[in-house]
Design a protein around this ligand. Structure first.
Ligand SMILES: [Fe+2]
Length: 340
């Protein structure tokens, strides 16, 4: 699914955002986040219809792209050298607001106490110290494909990314999960709990800077993440319907399963996804909505300059059922987990 905003749609969005930017100073403002689904009613009808269709019918393509939001490169400021700088400047506010409004058409944006210090909107830009890491902020190494937060029971149903700058045309990688090409015995094994997925690096204590919200019990959340890292539970990778299963997978953070047949099924799935992986170059002003239960994504390696002109995306995670994490959230921020 893909649309490009018309001039009329662009102007109506710009007008809405100007009004909201006069009322709220940050997308992290709980009042803005609470009211965003209502403001989203004022987005152009075609945009709302497109995302409604994407949410309702879960197309096998598992991605929706909306291009054409006008970004003035000189107005959004330099690509940040670290996501921790965002909290102080909150630039570009209007673009961030649009990211949250569009996300609200699919569900409710959430945040993690253990990631980017509890922010709902994340900056994805290369950080010099992470150059060779398996992180969104890495650059020189391929970010291997994965479903986002695959280890976590409250992972987002959707990942929403907005491209603010990508002059080098660095590709995001993407593949829908299509089980129809897999042998039935392989699919059966993937529905069984033979597998473990450890937390990815972005949640580990070493990548923490300072908690944004001092009230968030960050220590406890990190404690639970460390536990998930050292003693991961055995889980199934497939769930839902055998014809069109939902999937969670992050091979970089998985150990080979004990059962040889389960190992073979995992290898078959990995090869299958490898064969479907495609490059997807996001352009400035483009939004990309990925079904995190039906697709994997990653990023090709690139040579970052770290001079304020590198690729810059912003990202939000959206859940369809905020109530599922009741009691394990502080506002929008997921704090602790006690198993599925
Ligand atoms: Fe990711």
């Amino acid at each position: 699914m893909q649309i490009s905003l018309s001039e009329e749609e662009q102007s109506s969005i710009v007008e809405l955002l100007s009004e909201l930017a006069g009322r709220f100073k940050s997308t992290e403002d709980p009042a803005f986040l609470a009211q965003a689904p209502v403001f989203a009613h004022e987005l152009p009808r075609r945009v709302r219809l497109t995302l409604n269709e994407f949410r309702l019918y879960e197309p096998t393509s598992a991605v929706c792209r909306i291009a054409g939001y006008p970004i003035r490169d000189e107005e959004i400021g330099p690509t940040p050298s670290h996501w921790k700088n965002r909290q102080k400047h909150c630039v570009p506010l209007k673009e961030e607001m649009l990211l949250v409004l569009l996300s609200s058409l699919l569900g409710d944006p959430i945040a993690w106490a253990t990631q980017q210090d509890g922010a709902v909107v994340h900056d994805i830009a290369p950080i010099k110290a992470h150059e060779n890491e398996q992180l969104g902020s890495g650059s020189a190494e391929e970010l291997t494909w994965h479903t986002e937060d695959a280890f976590h029971p409250f992972r987002g149903d959707y990942i929403v990314m907005m491209c603010l700058r990508n002059a080098d045309r660095v590709p995001t990688t993407f593949a829908p999960i299509d089980a129809s090409g897999l042998p039935p015995e392989c699919v059966s094994l993937l529905f069984e709990p033979h597998y473990t997925i450890r937390p990815d690096e972005s949640h580990l204590l070493k990548n923490r800077v300072d908690p944004v919200n001092g009230q968030v019990p960050v220590e406890a959340a990190h404690g639970r993440i460390e536990e998930m890292d050292s003693r991961p539970e055995k889980i199934a990778l497939f769930m839902g319907s055998p014809e069109s299963p939902y999937c969670r997978i992050d091979p970089y953070f998985m150990d080979p399963p004990e059962l040889p047949a389960a190992r073979e099924a995992l290898d078959t799935l990995i090869r299958h996804i490898d064969s479907l992986l495609e490059d997807m170059v996001l352009e400035a002003g483009e939004f990309c909505f990925i079904d995190n239960f039906k697709a994997v994504h990653g990023r090709r390696p690139f040579k970052a300059r770290f001079d304020g002109t590198d690729r810059w995306l912003q990202r939000a995670f959206v859940v369809e059922d905020l109530g599922a994490s009741d009691g394990e959230r502080d506002g929008r921020v997921i704090t602790t987990v006690f198993g599925e």
